[in-house]
Design a protein around this ligand. Structure first.
Ligand SMILES: [Zn+2]
Length: 239
């Protein structure tokens, strides 16, 4: 899989230095500056230390099965500026190459917060997943609009409806147990889901829009086309 991060430090040079220092015990395969320059720090075939304690689709050694990309952005603690367009363009091209070289399915391009919801918020709700999706990277569906319809499930609730939501999140890949308890793990997983797929409101509350968006993602998952398949279609149309 590919795991996307923001650096979460005030300046990019300091973040790059930290990622190259053995003492910090963190590393990533790639670093993308605000202006779109890319630095490769670790070969794709080698393991980097970027994910930490994490889980996705039952796999917990995420560092051993992922390529990590650090995107220079100060993050939530330092004002969280928008990602510049040329930086996103660079990330998109980089991901396309990585996906193709390593046969990574589009649904396995994830946020650090997806695989470590209790600890991480990066790259955060401002990250333009839709832009990447338009170029064949990652998985995205149009989020269902936020309405007053449907029940709100939140921290402290305990019901079959909570269990059903946990089941769906689990099915998509999130590390949450199906126990019917809306505990802090569930709250953090829902917030991570919203950051990625329904960024308009990130509150950890399971509302109708969040549930419908997840349902649509699950329904569309089997239909996500790889870049190679899309290219074959285009070639067929052109001939
Ligand atoms: Zn991260």
């Amino acid at each position: 899989m590919i795991v996307l991060h923001y650096t979460g430090m005030p300046d990019a040079a300091a973040a790059l230095e930290r990622l190259c220092s053995p003492a910090s015990e963190v590393s990533a395969h790639y670093f993308v500056f605000e202006d779109g320059r890319i630095v490769q720090m670790v070969q794709e075939s080698r393991r980097a230390w970027h994910a930490g304690a994490a889980s996705w689709a039952g796999e917990t050694d995420i560092n051993s099965c992922s390529i990590g990309i650090e995107i220079a952005n100060p993050g939530h603690d330092y004002g969280y500026p928008d990602f510049p367009m040329r930086q996103i363009a660079a990330v998109t091209v980089l991901c396309r190459g990585i996906q193709t070289r390593n046969s990574i399915p589009p649904v396995r391009v994830l946020a650090h917060s997806d695989v470590a919801p209790a600890r991480k918020k990066d790259p955060g709700e401002k990250f333009p997943w839709r832009t990447l999706w338009d170029s064949g990277v990652g998985h995205w569906v149009k989020p269902a609009p936020i309405t007053e319809d449907g029940a709100l499930l939140a921290l402290g609730d305990r019901s079959d409806a909570v269990a059903a939501m946990q089941q769906s999140l689990n099915q998509y890949g999130y590390g949450v147990a199906v126990n019917g308890n809306y505990d802090s793990v569930m709250h953090d997983v829902v917030a991570a889901f919203q950051r990625h797929f329904r960024p308009e409101r990130v509150d950890g509350v399971s509302d109708e829009s969040t549930r419908v968006t997840l349902r649509d993602l699950l329904a569309a998952r089997g239909r996500v086309r790889t870049i190679a398949a899309r290219a074959r279609d285009l070639a067929r149309l052109a001939s």
